[in-house]
Design a protein around this ligand. Structure first.
Ligand code: HEC
Length: 382
């Protein structure tokens, strides 16, 4: 047979066809195999991600942030990825951590700030960012301020405007611009006659005192130089190896000896002249608790404001004033005694700027006792 180019082609085509059939089957097998491997890998990835997410959940919901720097950097990155992923479930989770495990507040807030700046500005995130101003410091504080500047919302509450001025003072010159920009945005006021940054903050302090005469002034609080315990030193101690290892059992007796029960409830014991402290570690960071103890008058919640009440017989009683029925008031005095008076027995009542909580409650304690006291307040049980 004469081989025509056509024949050749046909046979070649035939050959090619059978080859490709074989190849096809081969490839198909391979592909099947590969897709099984891929499927398996996908499942394995899902399981690993779930395990990591669960471990992360456990860690951020119950433990404090790790002390080890590398571990901290790793978990901070994971939390940022969680926020930037933008899934509402992850964002809700981060809000829950912010609410229930205060020691994570800076890390969560910075992650939410980055999400707000790059993706979406949500009202609930704005509220979280404002509240984080109570704890953020340094570069984190600047990140939060810049993120807040991107929102249309403004905080008109004196508490947060004051906090912003205090942060500006703490941060010093290089952050004055961020602080002042946000203050201007929130207040709609321009207080900036000097370009010198420190003076800019001084002018805002003066503006605050004039605008809110009833509020504590916007001045960084200081203890007398001779005080045994200064805030920074104790904070450092309580964050270090010795300070975190207090004994809750011994701490309970320190709480008792230092008269804390006289005004505070813990579990089933104590009085209610001050806030119930049973859940304090679920509401505040250790550094905030320390700050509240060293500087009681810094931030007195409305329900614990005290009044000096002058009554018709000339005596002055000081305490928390509550109503009883339509024509009686009850005064829970700072000495722990309760008095009920008719309204018309009261001549005058004046709001006190000072807290009912005395200053210097830690002065008589040793470092170890302070660590124990904090372990007790962290224990959340009685
Ligand atoms: C004479 C009453 C009194 C005594 C004694 C007292 N406190 Fe207080 N404490 C208060 C009042 C009132 C407040 C709320 C106003 C304020 O923040 O100053 C308060 C606030 C606090 C806060 C802030 C709580 C919060 O939710 O903001 C902490 C923490 C605290 N006290 C711890 C202690 C500890 C620890 C002791 C003992 C070493 C103690 N206090 C002794 C009255 C007292």
């Amino acid at each position: 047979m004469v081989r025509t180019p056509q024949h050749t082609n046909r046979r070649e085509i035939c050959n090619q066809a059978s080859e490709s059939f074989y190849l096809c089957a081969h490839v198909k097998g391979h592909m099947l195999m590969r897709s099984r491997i891929l499927l398996f890998a996908f499942f394995a990835w899902c399981v690993v991600t779930m395990v990591i997410a669960e471990q992360l959940d456990e860690q951020i919901l119950h433990d404090p942030p790790p002390a080890d720097e590398d571990a901290l950097a790793q978990v901070t990155l994971t939390i940022e990825e969680m926020a930037l992923g933008g899934e509402s479930r992850s964002l809700d989770r981060l809000h829950l951590v912010f609410e229930t495990n205060p020691e994570w507040r800076e890390i969560v807030a910075v992650a939410i700030a980055k999400y707000s700046e790059t993706q979406s500005r949500r009202a609930q995130d704005w509220r979280l960012l404002v509240r984080s101003l109570a704890v953020v410091e340094g570069e984190d504080a600047r990140t939060i301020m810049r993120a807040l500047l991107g929102f249309r919302q403004r905080s008109t509450k004196p508490r947060w405007q004051r906090q912003l001025i205090l942060l500006g003072l703490q941060l010093g010159d290089n952050s004055a611009e961020d602080t002042v920009n946000l203050l201007k945005h929130w207040t709609g006021v321009k207080v900036e006659p000097n370009e010198q940054s420190e003076n800019a903050m001084a002018n805002w302090q003066a503006w605050f005192a004039k605008t809110y005469p009833d509020q504590p002034t916007a001045v960084l609080p200081q203890l007398p130089a001779e005080a045994k315990w200064q805030y920074e030193a104790l904070r450092h101690f309580l964050g270090g190896n010795e300070g975190v290892l207090g004994d809750a059992q011994r701490g309970r007796s320190v709480f008792e000896r230092a008269d804390c029960f006289k005004c505070h409830r813990y579990g089933k014991h104590g009085e209610v002249l001050g806030p119930d402290l049973t859940q304090i570690s679920g509401r505040m960071q250790r550094k905030e608790i320390l700050h509240a103890i060293l500087f009681p008058s810094e931030l007195v919640p409305d329900q614990f404001l005290t009044y000096s009440v002058v009554i018709v017989d000339g005596r002055t009683l000081t305490g928390i004033v509550g109503r009883s029925g339509s024509d009686e008031v009850v005064i829970l005095q700072t000495n722990g005694e309760k008095v009920t008076l008719k309204k018309d027995q009261i001549e005058e009542s004046v709001l006190n700027k000072q807290s009912a909580m005395p200053v210097g409650t830690l002065e008589r304690l040793t470092k170890q006792e302070i660590a124990d006291l904090f372990a007790f307040m962290q224990s959340r049980s009685e």
